[in-house]
Design a protein around this ligand. Structure first.
Ligand code: BG6
Ligand code: MG
Length: 219
């Protein structure tokens, strides 16, 4: 079967372009400590790519809380997170991310952001890379979050491309699952145990060149 030509890339943010995973962890950890709940770095690994509400549900496990309390806890965690991201600057770009975004644009292809975070807009502004994206799809764009394909479908539609013409770059198992179920091409960043279902697996974006990616994706 012939593979269609790649015309655009959809980048996840947290863990792909910048390492906000650590800030999400610290925010949840502080909340969990205040609430007397156990929460480890290992638990946090399962929250990669998972939206705020679903993340809280995973931390609460089978405990039942009134909706008001759930809302309050989500807001509290977000307040802590917003404090952490105030410090974000272009220095927090992960190696190779900006260079790849630039190379894609120079080659006449398109870039979209596909992040489950409601804070994604603020983070890319602080990183100084907003202008490198043709489209921003974030936690406000769709109802159903990863692993549903909706966010990436939203981004592709805004780009005017089909899923087969877009490569999703993700660090989370839920993100790879979302991309695959939407019939997108996939690049997974990180260990095989996490992103093993991606078409192409790389440790990170350091030194990654567009031509090599296209070659490896059998362009
Ligand atoms: C994802 C992160 O990008 O965004 C998750 O990987 C996070 O850890 C999710 O929970 C939602 O983020 P926010 O900023 O809307 O709470
Ligand atoms: Mg991520």
């Amino acid at each position: 079967m012939a593979v269609s030509k790649v015309k655009g890339f959809i980048f996840d943010l947290d863990g792909v372009i910048t390492d906000t995973a650590e800030y999400h962890y610290r925010g949840w950890k502080r909340l969990a400590d205040e609430e007397g709940l156990s929460f480890s770095r290992e638990d946090n690994e399962h929250l990669r790519g998972i939206a705020r509400r679903e993340s809280l549900m995973l931390i609460l496990k089978d405990r039942v809380y009134p909706e008001e309390k759930i809302q309050e806890m989500m807001e509290r965690k977000n307040r802590y997170y917003l404090e952490f991201i105030k410090e974000i600057s272009p220095r927090d770009l992960l190696p190779g991310a900006k260079e790849l975004l630039e190379e894609i644009r120079e080659a006449g292809l398109k870039n979209a952001l596909g992040s489950a975070s409601k804070n994604a807009g603020e983070v890319i502004e602080r990183l100084g890379i907003r202008a490198l994206f043709d489209v921003v799809s974030d936690g406000h764009s769709v109802e159903r979050q990863k692993p549903a394909p909706d966010l990436f479908l939203h981004a592709a539609k805004q780009l005017g491309l089909t899923p087969q013409e877009c490569v999703v770059v993700e660090d989370a198992a839920a993100g790879i699952e979302a991309a695959r179920s939407g019939s997108f091409r996939t690049i997974g960043l990180g260990p095989r145990e996490r992103v093993g279902n991606a078409e192409l697996i790389l440790p990170n974006l350091a030194g990654v060149k567009l031509v090599d990616l296209l070659k490896a994706l059998d362009h």
